[in-house]
Structures are given as C-alpha cells and as structure tokens.
Ligand binder design. Structure first.
Ligand code: G1P
Ligand code: ZN
Length: 542
C-alpha cells in the first residue's frame, strides 16, 4: 500500500520570505509538489507517532495538494492529521491549532495575497511546533533535503472526503476533519470584550468587512455576524473561491479600492476592514481616513492596555526594519522594549515565543500579538473594534489624536514589480557598493547620516541574518530603504520604502505622496531606479 516513487531534485525549491511560492503550473509538474512535501518531512525530524495540522486558503489546487499531504504523511508514519473542513484553514488558525493540540507542525497551502486560479500562484508554508513559521535554519534544511531527494513515500489509497466532519483513516493514520473556525473564534472571544462591541453595535456602530472571496469569509461570518451580532451583510465576499472571484486577495489600496471608496463616502460605515488570501493580513479604514499599517501598529500598542487580553501589560514591541518608526515613539513613551527585525514574520517568532514582545507588525498589512505566532488579520480588526467600542471615539479622532501626541510618520512603499531580475540585482549591488561613500552627502536639502546593509542578530538564538535591505538614514530622521522582494513568482520586485517625521500638528494633514515628494526623488536618484529598472513609475504605491 505504501509506494516509494523514484524522483529527481528540482533546483528551485528554495523557500522565500514566506514558504515556497510558485505558479500553479509549476506545482502541477509531476513529482514537484510531492518532492517538496517529502523534503519537509525529511528535514523536520521523526514523523512517527506525531500529529500534523493541514489546511489552506481555498485557492485552486488546494484540495489536490491536501490529498497528497495526507497520503505522503501516512506513508511517513504520522499518527494523526487534523484538517480544516473543505481543506480550509487560515494561517493564524493553523498556528493556533498547532499550539492547542501540541502538533509536531503544520502545513499551510497558500500564496497569501497573490492571485489564484489555474494561472495564478500556489504556495506551501511549513510551521513548526511553536506554531510559528519555520525559521531560516529549517527552511534552509528543507531546501537542502529537496536538493538531494531520490524518492518519496506515498500511500496508494483513494481520496479522503474533506467535507465530512469527524474521523477517517489512511492505514494506521487518523484523519480528523474539523470545523476550521470554532477553536479560533473561541480564542478571539477570550482576548476581546465582545460585550463592549455588542453594546457599541447597539449604540449604532456600523462596520463592513470584505473577505475578498478568500479564507477569512467563514471566520468573519461566525465572529462578526453570529457571535458579535453585526447585521447579516456586514461581511461581503464571504465565500472562499478558487480564483478569489478573479481578483487578487490583497487588501491594499489597489485591490480593496471599493471598500476604501465606501469608507470615504458620506453614507459609508464607521469602520471598514479586509483580509488577504490566507487571513493573516489586515486593512483597516476609518470613516474618512485610511490607516496605514505602521500607524495601526503604533495605535494598537498605545491603546492595548484598554483591551481585555492585554490589560496585564505589554512586554515589548517589534517592527520589521522597513516598517515606519511610529511604534518607536510609542515604545519610548510607554517604556516598552523595542526590537527591529528583518522583513518576514518568522523573525518575530523567537521574540514572541520567549515572551520578549507582546505586539508586533510589518508595513505590509501584517499585525499580530503573542496569542499566536503568526500575523493575524481578524485579530487586528477585532483589536480596533474593541478600542473603538471602549473609547467611544471615531477612528479618525483616534488617529488624529495619536499624531498630535506622538507626531506623524509620513510613510509610503513603492513597488516595481516583475522587473528584470538581473537588472534589479545589479541595481542593488551598485547601491550596495556605494553605501560607504554616501554619509555626509546632501541631496535635496536632506543630509545623509548613515547608509548600510541591514544585518540582524537574533537576541534569542544568536543567529545572524545578512542582506536584509539597504538603508539610507538622514540627519532629520527620514529614511529610505531598498529591498528585493522574497515572495514574487515572476521576475524581481524592488521595494522602496520612504519615511519622514512631522511633529507639527499644522503640517500633519498633508497628502502622503506630496509630503514625501522630495524623498521620492532622492530615492530615484540614489538608487538610479529609472536607469536600471527601465520604468517611469512604480507599479504599486501603498
Ligand atoms: C512580503 C512583505 C513582508 C511579508 C511577506 C509575507 O514579503 O513585504 O512584510 O512578511 O510578504 O506576507 P517580500 O515580498 O517583501 O519579501
Ligand atoms: Zn497572507
């Protein structure tokens, strides 16, 4: 019943910022997916007798890959596997289930916010026993195993019915099909004061959540509409679809434009939110105000003490290096320890796991806390709803008051997507080679104080991560950061991050791109972007 299938390595199975992410067509190549799954099991220690959690965001190929995982896991000796009904589990829900049921690890099938459908993207992420994404030493190990793989083991059995709740079996391995939502929704109810939110609803709080036809739909229906009592219809696009309704499940100003327009309109609700493909990102918008993820992180940290699950206090906070320094000002005032990590959630996990930080986030619409070791879209939205309910203030007032108190960090990211890989690498190398010569230089009235490559020393395991982005730091506190994306599937993506601090309340209501216009031209000049990338403008501005 168990077959050993002879195979050959695929050179490109090196996981990026967040798992192995490729076009569906590549995952469909014979043996490609099986090789990678076997490599995960080969490199992550004995599977015998252990429990695994499996689920995905419902995109095209999700269920087929779950069947492969089940059969390969059975052939590798796992004792049991917990699977979300219909193959559905959000990334934060997997993280929670791993912890709650003391699993050996979890496999999450998602390419996050990337497009779905048969021509879209697919991805496989592995999370370790802590519930967090595999750290670099594990992903490197998986890659090493994938490069010497000679065969994989698979149980030669029919498909499992993923829609039937309860127990099934492959050989000696138990399969438990579970409600993907229940445990996660219970956790949210422990962390937040649902009664306060119910009261705010009774007092007229109006909310709209766009699930983007991705994984968070079933979670949102249960939590927002059923448990909290927001009216039916509050959650839109709540049905997960293989192609996400032919749109990118990316909650940013481009793909969630309709929601943003609604919140900017006169008759719009008080608060709006969206989440991405696998439910770990969040977009939050107040009536009349777009809240940047960096500001959101800072505001949540400043108000965390108001929320039930965080009344005991905040141990520390962390942000990824390119994320704006708005949180730094909150940390300073509240005397929280502050950590600056490389891009990617996995770098927060040691800090969370050791209890060094309580809240953390990234500029890329990722925010989370120590409740699970993943960023968590619905958690961030509930945190906001809880703060709105408790303070009785509008989101606009909360943001404005925050700027008055701490100053405003104007912030924007410009992405140049699908550019020529060699040209992008050359651009980064050229800038890297000039870094030493930049300090002291003055451009457009901004004086460069420091320029370096960001290297991270993990304070918990003492590992060192090099090559984590190029930073240009100015004397007036402004910053420009250049990075190559580690999640793209076609060509290269260059990300340029710009930030400028404004303490004067009178100057805090400007348009972001205008407020950053000088820095934007400086970035162009220092990076020689037009010359190398052969583009006149970025593809996406957030
Ligand atoms: C992007 C984001 C990063 C996030 C990652 C996974 O990675 O920039 O913050 O952790 O997606 O969601 P990048 O493509 O920049 O490597
Ligand atoms: Zn995601």
């Amino acid at each position: 019943m168990i077959q050993a299938i002879i195979t050959k390595p695929f050179a490109d199975q090196d996981p990026g910022t967040s798992g192995l992410r490729k076009k569906v067509k590549i995952f469909e190549t014979p043996h490609y997916t099986e090789n990678f799954i076997q490599s995960i099991f080969d490199c992550t220690g004995k599977s015998k007798g252990k429990r695994l959690i499996v689920g995905g965001d419902g995109r095209f190929f999700n269920q087929q890959v779950i069947q492969k995982v089940l059969k390969i896991a059975a052939a590798n000796g796992f004792a049991s596997i917990m699977v979300g009904k219909g193959g559905i589990l959000s990334t934060p829900a997997v993280s929670h289930l791993i912890q709650k049921y003391k699993a050996h690890g979890g496999i999450i099938l998602s390419a996050s916010h990337n497009p779905g459908g048969s021509d879209g993207d697919f991805g496989i992420k592995y999370n370790i026993a802590s519930g967090g994404p595999a750290p670099e030493k594990v992903t490197k190990g998986i890659y090493a195993c994938s490069q010497k793989i000679r065969c994989y083991r698979i149980a030669n059995v029919g498909d499992i019915d993923l829609d039937r709740l309860g127990h099934q079996e492959i050989g000696g391995m138990k399969i438990e099909i579970v409600d993907p939502v229940r445990d996660y929704a219970d956790l949210m109810e422990k962390l937040f004061d649902f009664q306060a939110i119910r009261q705010a609803i009774a007092d007229g709080l109006r909310f709209r959540f766009d699930a983007m036809h991705a994984v968070s739909g079933p979670y949102a229906h249960e939590i927002f509409e059923k448990r909290l009592g927001f009216p039916t219809g509050t959650v839109i696009k709540g049905q997960p679809l293989p192609d996400f309704g032919n749109k990118n499940p990316d909650p940013n100003p481009v793909h969630a434009k309709d929601l943003i327009d609604l919140l900017m309109s006169d008759g719009g609700p008080d608060f709006g939110a969206a989440s991405d493909g696998d439910g770990d990102r969040n977009l939050v918008i107040g009536k009349g105000i777009f809240i940047t993820p960096s500001d959101s992180l800072a505001i949540l940290a400043a108000n965390a003490h108001l929320v039930k699950g965080y009344r005991a206090g905040v141990a520390g906070v962390a942000r990824s290096m390119p994320t704006s320094t708005a949180i730094d000002r909150v940390a300073k005032k509240h005397r929280f320890f502050l950590y600056e990590t490389p891009t990617g959630w996995k770098f927060f996990c040691n800090l969370l796991d050791m209890g060094l930080i309580t809240l953390c986030g990234e500029e890329s619409f990722g925010t989370g806390s120590s409740h699970v070791l993943e960023k968590d879209g619905l958690w961030a939205i509930l945190m906001w709803l809880n703060i709105l309910s408790i303070t009785g203030k509008s989101a606009l007032d909360i943001v404005r008051n925050h700027w008055r108190e701490y100053g405003r960090n104007y912030y924007s990211r410009h992405d140049y997507e699908e550019v020529d890989t060699a040209a992008a690498k050359e651009m980064m190398k050229n800038l890297h080679d000039r870094l030493e010569s930049l300090p002291g230089m003055e451009i457009g009235g901004f004086k460069i104080e420091k320029a370096d490559e960001f290297v991270y020393h993990d304070p918990v395991d003492c590992s060192v991560s090099h090559n984590q982005g190029l930073r240009i730091l100015f004397k007036n506190g402004s910053r420009i950061v250049f990075r190559l994306s580690g999640t793209g599937t076609q060509g290269a993506t260059v990300r340029v991050y710009m930030e400028r601090y404004e303490a004067d309340p009178v100057l805090q209501e400007q348009n972001t791109q205008k407020a950053l216009s000088t820095l934007i031209s400086i970035a162009d000049e220092i990076g020689n972007l037009k010359l190398y990338l052969n583009r006149n403008a970025p593809t996406v501005i957030t």
